[in-house]
Design a protein around this ligand. Structure first.
Ligand SMILES: Nc1ncnc2c1ncn2[C@@H]1O[C@H](COP(=O)(O)OP(=O)(O)OP(=O)(O)O)[C@@H](O)[C@H]1O
Ligand SMILES: [Mg+2]
Length: 244
């Protein structure tokens, strides 16, 4: 009998790289970063990209989120070809459907945790009462309600990153991108951050794509994509290996 693996996702991919190629000009030399990379990612999953420095992980993230455009191939998000969208449509798409978490937190020094989370919701056009409600709920999800009136300087690294995640999650994006979100954190804070991202995928059906060097995070991911020299070299599901 050929049973489907229990964790294999059903349905349409929410993010898709279709033969993506990308190069950069460095002086007179053209550096080929991605060469015909294809991958399909699904809702409700945390996919972790790992691989050596310079192999193209951040580049792949920025192509799949529409921040940069490929030289060749297509980046599809929620069934739409990002390259076929006009600049305004793309900006609107990114605002509505994508959230980002970075290594450096990118918080505003003068704003409290609550204000940081509320700010982008205002850009999305939410009314004050609704944005306040969503911001409080997101801070609660990352267990930061008790710090909501504190500014970044008063928070630890792990707490800052939880605020940054709350800010991304409060938008209720279908796509959540995280580039090395745990690399500035100690092991325990890092695991907590990855657990929160995993919970976001499970609880809200979010597609979470996370780049990390940290091998300790592998067991927290649904799927691990090993990248090398601009290509996906392996693709596996850490929590189904023993069930096969
Ligand atoms: N805007 C750019 N201009 C020129 N070269 C670039 C640009 N962005 C990336 N590169 C080059 O592309 C290659 C891949 O970069 P990328 O940032 O995707 O790697 P990475 O896998 O994320 O590495 P790291 O783990 O160090 O963050 C590197 O050689 C980098 O120098
Ligand atoms: Mg990078």
């Amino acid at each position: 009998m050929t049973a489907r693996m229990p964790d294999t996702p059903l349905g349409q991919p929410s993010l898709q790289a279709v033969r993506l190629s990308k190069s950069f000009l460095s002086g007179h030399v053209r550096v080929q970063v991605l060469q015909g990379l294809s991958i399909a990612l699904y809702p409700g999953e945390l996919s972790l990209i790992s691989g050596p420095s310079g192999c193209g992980k951040s580049t792949l993230l920025s192509l799949l989120s529409g921040l940069q455009h490929p030289d060749e191939g297509q980046a599809m998000a929620l069934g739409e070809d990002l390259g076929a969208m006009g600049a305004r449509a793309l900006e609107h798409f990114r605002l509505r459907h994508t959230g980002f978490v970075f290594q450096g937190f990118n918080l505003f020094p003068a704003l409290t945790a609550l204000e940081q989370v509320q700010l982008p919701l205002g850009y999305m056009g939410l009314k004050n009462a609704e944005s306040l409600h969503r911001a409080e709920r997101a801070l609660d999800e990352v267990d930061m309600s008790h710090r909501s009136h504190m500014r970044p300087a008063e928070l630890s690294g792990g707490e800052r990153q939880r605020v940054a995640i709350a800010r991304a999650m409060a938008k209720e994006p279908q796509l959540l991108f995280a580039d090395e979100p745990t690399s500035a954190l100690d092991a325990e804070s890092g695991q907590r951050v990855i657990d929160i991202l995993h919970r976001a995928a499970r609880a809200h059906g979010t597609t979470v794509l996370c780049v990390s060097h940290d091998p300790r995070l592998v067991r927290h991911a649904d799927r691990v994509l090993g990248m090398e020299d601009g290509a996906i070299r392996n693709d596996w599901r850490p929590n189904t290996v023993n069930q096969e």
